[in-house]
Structure formats: C-alpha cells, structure tokens
Design a protein around this ligand. Structure first.
Ligand SMILES: [Zn+2]
Length: 158
C-alpha cells in the first residue's frame, strides 16, 4: 500500500520520464501540492525552451503561482524527483513552500552527469575565491533604487 506522499512522488517521477522521453530536458519532474491536491506540475525544459533555469521545480513553482495568482506558496509542498539544486532551493525558499520531498539525491544526479555539487562548494567560498569572477561596481548609484524602495509608501512587501 502506498501512502499519499508516495502517490505525489510517483507523479513527479512519471513527469521525469515524460520530459526526458519528449526530449525537452533531463530526467527531472516535480509537482506542487496544496491541501492534498496537485495544483501544478513541471518537468525539466532546459533543452526545449533554451532556458537554463527551466528546472522542474522552477517550472512547477511558476505554474503554481499562476494557478494561485500569488507569489507566495505558503501552505504548499513540493515533490521533486531529485534533490533540488542550489538555484531551485533558492527559488523554493523565495516561494516559501512548506516542505520538500525528493526522490534521487544530488549524489545520484552527479553520477549521471548533473553535478551541482560544485555550486554548493562555490557558495561556501568567499567571493574572491570562487571560479566565477564577481566585482562590485557603481554601488552608490545602485543603492539609490534601494533607498527609493525603502521610502516607497505604496509598495507590496514580499
Ligand atoms: Zn534546479
């Protein structure tokens, strides 16, 4: 007997097969569940959409936000066929999902050529020790927009 969590994960896994077999992207699928129902689905579409950010989790988050007409997914849970990469994990935090269930681990993903561990390692390094050069420039000018936001009376905080 499979429990409800397994049924949602089974759907995420089915999506991982579907997207891969359609040639849309790698073998990754995700669903978002609210109050016991799937409200959004996604599979990896990096290849078909020429979008390196079109990971299954991000695709599912975008769908869920459209369905709910909200940028906040509090009260929702994510089922993903693989442990989220750092980009998706960041997106999941920003979307404020309640919980993550994952199937494959990032170690499993690395074994088939999807190694995001180097990004996790990069994040632990100070900026000057990373492979990707990062320079702060024009900070005073850039900060003016921040100041305006801080002072803005009619903003929608998120
Ligand atoms: Zn990702």
């Amino acid at each position: 007997m499979s429990n409800i969590n397994d049924q949602f994960m089974a759907e995420a896994i089915a999506l991982s097969f579907e997207g891969m077999r359609l040639g849309e992207g790698g073998p990754f699928g995700a669903v978002i569940v609210k109050e016991g129902k799937i409200i959004a689905k996604g599979y990896n579409q990096v290849i078909s959409s020429n979008d390196p950010t079109a990971h299954a989790e991000v695709v599912a988050i975008r769908h869920a936000c459209q369905v709910l007409q909200n940028f906040d997914l509090k009260g929702c849970e994510l089922y993903t066929s693989c442990e989220p990469c750092p980009m998706c994990l960041g997106a999941i935090y920003w979307a404020r999902l309640d919980k993550i269930y994952y199937g494959n681990s990032k170690i499993d993903a690395a074994k088939i050529g999807f190694d995001d561990n180097f990004i996790y390692q990069e994040l632990e390094r100070s900026i000057d020790k990373r492979q990707l050069p990062m320079m702060q420039i024009m900070s005073e000018e850039a900060f003016k927009a921040f100041q305006e936001w801080a002072d803005k009376q009619d903003k929608i905080p998120y």
